[in-house]
Design a protein around this ligand. Structure first.
Ligand SMILES: [Zn+2]
Length: 273
C-alpha cells in the first residue's frame, strides 16, 4: 500500500468517526431541549383540566410554559379563602367544594350574614370555617379607634352565634392587614384573641374573567409550598372554583380550611412567602 492509499483510508475512517459523533451530538441536544416525560404528563393533565371547558389561549400557554415544578410532594397546603359573603353565589361555591370533597374559609361581612343566614349555617354544616371580614368594610370607620376595630369583629361574632350557635376568632381585615391597619388596632385585635389572616396568592378575581382567574392561579401559584388564596364571592370566581381545586390537587396540594390551631399568616408576621 502506498502512502497515498493509506492517507485515503485514514481520511475515510476519520470522516466516519466525525459523522457518528455529529449524529450522537444531535440526538443529545434534541433530547435535552424537549421537556422531561414527568413534566409532560403533569402538563397534559393540567391542560386537560383547564381545557375541560372553554378556555383562553393564555391559560393553555401558562400551563405549558410556566409550570416547571417538581412532581407531587407531601405537605404542600392550599387554603382557599373567600371574602365578602355570604351571597347569592354561596350555594354554588359550597356545591363545588362538596363535589371535590374539600373545605374553604369564608370571611363574612356582618350584614351579609344577616341577609343570608341559611348560607351561614350551611357553610358550617358542610365543614368549612366561618371567619369575619368586619361590619363596615370601610377602613375609615373600622380604624376610627382600636375599640371600634374590635367592636366590629365582636359584632360579627354575635351575629354568627345568633345564627348558628358557633363562634369564631378567625378574621381578615378589609384590603389586608397592611398598610391600612394602624398598629394600635392590630395589637388590640391580637389582645382580644383574634387570628388575622392575609394571603399570598391574589386571584384578582373581582376584576378578572373566569379564565384569567385560573391563569392567575397557574402563574402565581407555581412555586409556593403553602398557598393562601384570596377570592371573593363573585360569579366568575364561583365558576372558576372547580378548575382551581383540580389544579391544586394535580399539583399535589392538600386543600384545608383555616382552623384555630393554625398559626395565622399575615403581613405583620411576615410568614407568607
Ligand atoms: Zn373584602
Amino acid at each position: 500500500m502506498n502512502d497515498r492509499k493509506k492517507m485515503t483510508i485514514l481520511y475515510i475512517i476519520v470522516s466516519f468517526i466525525l459523522i457518528v459523533l455529529l449524529i450522537t451530538a444531535a440526538i443529545i441536544i434534541n433530547n435535552s431541549t424537549s421537556a422531561t416525560p414527568t413534566i409532560n404528563v403533569e402538563n397534559n393533565r393540567i391542560t386537560k383540566i383547564v381545557k375541560s371547558d372553554t378556555l383562553s389561549e393564555i391559560v393553555y400557554k401558562a400551563s405549558n410554559e410556566i409550570y416547571k415544578g417538581p412532581g407531587i410532594t407531601p405537605d404542600k397546603i392550599a387554603y382557599i379563602t373567600i371574602d365578602d359573603g355570604p351571597s347569592k353565589y354561596t350555594n354554588e361555591i359550597l356545591d363545588t367544594l362538596n363535589k371535590n370533597n374539600v373545605n374553604a374559609t369564608f370571611f363574612m361581612i356582618n350584614g351579609n350574614m344577616k341577609a343570608h343566614p341559611e348560607e351561614v349555617k350551611r357553610i358550617i354544616k358542610d365543614g368549612n370555617t366561618a371567619g369575619f371580614h368586619s361590619v363596615s368594610h370601610d377602613i375609615h370607620k373600622l380604624y376610627q379607634s382600636p375599640e371600634a376595630t374590635v367592636e366590629e369583629f365582636d359584632t360579627c361574632n354575635d351575629t354568627l352565634y345568633k345564627i348558628s350557635g358557633e363562634t369564631s376568632k378567625i378574621i381578615r381585615l378589609p384590603y389586608g392587614s397592611k398598610p391600612y391597619a394602624p398598629e394600635e388596632s392590630y395589637n388590640k385585635l391580637i389582645d382580644n384573641g383574634y387570628l388575622i389572616w392575609d394571603w399570598n396568592l391574589d386571584t384578582e378575581d373581582w376584576r378578572s374573567t373566569k379564565d384569567q382567574i385560573i391563569s392567575n392561579i397557574l402563574y402565581y401559584g407555581r412555586d409556593k409550598k403553602e398557598i393562601v388564596i384570596l377570592m371573593h364571592e363573585k360569579e366568575q370566581s364561583a365558576k372558576a372554583l372547580n378548575n382551581i381545586i383540580l389544579i391544586l390537587k394535580e399539583r399535589g396540594y392538600k386543600i384545608l380550611p383555616v382552623t384555630n390551631h393554625d398559626n395565622p399568616k399575615n403581613f405583620w408576621e411576615r410568614n407568607l412567602k
